[in-house]
Design a protein around this ligand. Structure first.
Ligand code: 2HA
Ligand code: ZN
Length: 273
């Protein structure tokens, strides 16, 4: 089967268009990857070619050995993916050591996978292990309001989580584990990949100060929905701060009551007075 006709390609592409329309992907901003299921890879194997050389990933991901990923291309614009997925995305395969990758499909006119490939694959590696393989999607975007908050709030997981939770009642239900914050670092390399992966051991959301956000999820809907929820909450907080700040809010005890009724566990470290 032609990969361009596959269900997973359709779902992948739909998200790129939705996310661009949200205003999360100016120019070549942001990038995105999907860990392809075995049965999906088998179905589209005719589209793949295995004659290209392996290149180093920059990090080691042994538990992803042999796996296939659909990823956006470095320097490609998210808004163009829907027009021509074969020119703007590629499928890569990780080698048997989990140290190298090769392109097996896509980037028809040349190019490389996203510059944030080390972070994407480190996140996939952590999440595959911790979720028993359920998480398959990693999305990085330049969400305006989340970025704005990183200039104003202390860059602490506890503060970002609590403030975002307070801005919308559904937030602690959607991301009960909270969000993590990486201080400003040079993007694109191993160091920021390792720092982000540390946070992904605890959270499904990692904020990069003065840059953007990474979300991890099981499928396209849940990952897009998670980012949408976090960014909307950040937008409310920006408005509240712009109107002079909170005059009343949801309290720590309110969150404990909510947790009971909605059967979620909210770590006490976020419920400070
Ligand atoms: O793809 O977003 O972080 C450009 C970026 C790098
Ligand atoms: Zn970025």
């Amino acid at each position: 089967m032609d990969i361009l006709k596959s269900k997973f390609m359709e779902g992948f592409v739909r998200l790129t268009d939705d996310a661009f329309r949200k205003g999360w992907h100016e120019r070549n901003g942001g990038n995105y990857s999907y860990r392809i299921k075995c049965e999906e890879a088998e179905m589209v194997m005719d589209s793949f070619s295995f004659d290209r050389d392996f290149a180093p990933i920059g990090v080691e991901v042994p538990n992803l050995a042999g796996e296939f990923f659909l990823v956006t291309g470095s320097g490609k614009f998210m808004r163009n993916v829907i027009l021509d997925p074969a020119a703007n995305t590629c499928v890569i395969q990780v080698d048997q050591d989990g140290k190298n990758y090769r392109i097996v499909w896509g980037l028809r006119d040349g190019g490389r996978p996203t510059s944030e490939l080390p972070t994407h694959l480190m996140n996939h590696s952590i999440k595959k292990e911790l979720t028993g393989g359920r998480h398959r999607v990693i999305l990085h975007a330049h969400t305006t309001n989340v970025i704005a908050l990183t200039f104003v709030l202390p860059l602490k997981d506890e503060v970002f989580t609590r403030e975002l939770w307070e801005m919308a009642t559904e937030c602690p239900v959607v991301f009960p584990d909270g969000v993590g914050v990486v201080p400003w670092m040079v993007p694109g390399g191993r160091e920021i990949a390792l720092a982000t992966a540390e946070l992904m051991k605890k959270y499904d959301v990692a904020i990069w100060a003065h840059h953007g956000i990474f979300c991890s999820g099981e499928d396209f809907d849940l990952t897009f929905g998670l980012m949408d929820t976090v960014e909307k909450s950040a937008e409310i907080l920006v408005k509240v701060l712009s109107m002079g700040g909170k005059k009343q809010t949801i309290t720590a005890q309110d969150f404990r009551d909510l947790a009971k009724d909605f059967h979620v566990t909210l770590p006490e470290k976020f419920l400070y007075e």
